[in-house]
Ligand binder design. Structure first.
Ligand code: NAD
Length: 436
């Protein structure tokens, strides 16, 4: 099948590449010329494990192409995905300008029946708006379908190729058949393709992300209680996670959630609620708690240095919002950097994949180091912000020698209290006893 994907970012590039991998001919369209040129020349634009190899294969076999020209890109496509940004607008609601602009542009370009698929995360009612925009100038029949994406950055290829489920919102039988055919190779093991009305599909994505953000936040609040009561959040996690109604995943306490999805999606759902005069109280608390949680260790760092960070150098391990991605959108590390710099400290950082993105965003305000140990060399303290595996079993003897003070502030609970005690570190983590 010939398909088109409009928007070639994290979701669009994975969508396009994976559908090419299942034998479709895919044209990816983006307005970012630099991105398109790079992709055309075989240079991948994001770090996503496992993506590069299938990207190269499909590009060289002619199933995957890139263009900035919408007309050329959608030529002959039976299905056109919109994988466009939906960032928070000024009031926190999802900004639909990118999606609606492309919908408007698409109308006059459609030559035959096509299914236009909202893959972006969009509020309830967006499919209707997209349909209206296209209809303004369309001369042919078309359907608009909601097909929210659930991939996780870092494991996006696996998530896409073997999804837990595929959600498709449509009332059109014709669209349903095409979507079923397209997704069939990805759900051969029996994972469900769940068909529903488009509004429910749109809401499903926000419900899933908001629920997960709530689960993390709940555990972060339990961690805060653990600190006050002298309990250990890791023990509590194991105790509650073994209850099959709760489940083991998404229970790790830390310095909050970030990324390009949870913060904006929770905010957008809260805004949607407001627009229909519903007071979604849990979501407000989730946002409040997470806001504080992100920089929860800063007061502890200040306290350690007697309230004054002027001239102190803090090493940060991890800049991306989670491991296995170079995505730094809403990364807790960045909020910590901002507060450390504001307090007069210097920051030396290392991240396996995200340093270029941070440099592009904040310039040379901090020192970027080529490995984890150069970051701690001569630093006054270490702050762990992202749980990249490379930070899990460091050479603690080397750390002791390189750091000016044997002190670790661990926002991701990577080390055991026993080993920290034994090695003589001062160790501050989340929801656990402080080791002095
Ligand atoms: P992104 O910012 O990485 O990519 C969006 C792309 O769209 C960019 O390359 C941009 O240049 C392009 N674009 C903007 N306007 C355009 C236009 N008029 N024509 C063509 N291209 C245009 O965003 P993303 O992370 O891929 O997210 C896309 C959507 O998917 C969002 O709604 C997001 O909430 C949702 N989503 C993201 C993830 C994720 O993990 N990143 C997961 C599930 C859902």
């Amino acid at each position: 099948m010939k398909i088109a994907v409009v928007g070639t970012g994290y979701v669009g590039l994975v969508t396009g590449t994976c559908f090419a991998e299942t034998g479709n001919t895919v044209s990816c369209i983006d307005i970012d010329e630099k991105k398109v040129n790079s992709l055309k020349n075989g240079k991948i634009t994001i770090y996503e494990p496992g993506l590069e190899v299938i990207f190269e294969r499909n590009l060289s076999q002619g199933r995957l192409s890139f263009t900035t020209d919408l007309k050329e890109g959608i030529e002959g496509a039976k299905i056109i995905f919109l994988a466009l940004p939906t960032p928070p607008g000024e009031d926190g609601s999802a900004d639909l300008q990118y999606v609606l602009k492309v919908a408007e542009d698409l109308g006059p370009l459609l030559k035959d029946y096509a299914v236009i698929v909202d893959k972006s995360t969009v509020p309830v009612g967006t499919a209707e708006k997209v349909r209206a925009k296209i209809a303004q100038n369309a001369k042919v029949d078309f359907d608009v379908v909601s097909n929210p994406e659930f991939l996780r950055e870092g494991v996006a290829v696996d998530d896409f190729m073997k999804p837990d489920r595929v959600v498709i919102g449509t009332n059109s039988e014709k669209a349903r058949k095409l979507m079923e055919t397209l997704y069939a190779p990805l759900v051969r093991q029996g994972n469900p393709v769940i068909f529903m009305d488009e509004k429910s599909a749109e809401l499903t994505k926000y419900a899933a992300n908001s629920f997960l953000a709530t689960k993390i936040t709940f555990m972060n609040e339990i961690a805060n209680m653990c600190e006050l009561l002298g309990a250990d959040v890791d023990a509590v996690r194991k105790g509650v996670g073994t209850d099959s109604r709760i489940g083991k995943r998404f229970l790790f306490a830390g310095i909050g959630y970030g990324g390009s999805c949870f913060p904006k999606d929770v905010q957008a759902l809260a805004k949607s609620a407001e627009q229909v005069n519903y007071d979604f109280r849990i979501l407000k608390s989730v946002m409040d708690v997470n806001e504080d949680q992100k920089t929860k260790l800063i007061p502890r760092i200040k306290e350690y240095f007697g309230g004054d960070l002027t001239g102190k150098t803090i090493a940060i391990w991890g800049l991306s919002f989670k491991p296995y991605t170079d995505d730094i959108r809403e990364a807790p590390a960045l909020y910590n950097i901002e507060q450390l710099l504001a307090a007069g400290a210097e920051v030396k950082a290392y991240d396996p994949e995200a340093m270029e993105n941070v440099r592009n965003q904040i310039g040379e305000k901090i020192t970027f180091c080529h490995d984890a140990y150069s970051a701690v060399n001569n630093a006054d303290a270490l702050l762990v912000a992202t749980e990249w595996p490379v930070f899990r079993t460091p050479d603690f003897d080397k750390l002791s020698t390189l750091l000016k003070n044997k002190v670790i502030f661990d926002g991701r609970n990577l080390y055991t209290l026993e080993e920290m005690k034994e090695l003589g570190f001062t160790y501050v983590s989340i929801g656990r006893e402080t080791i002095n």
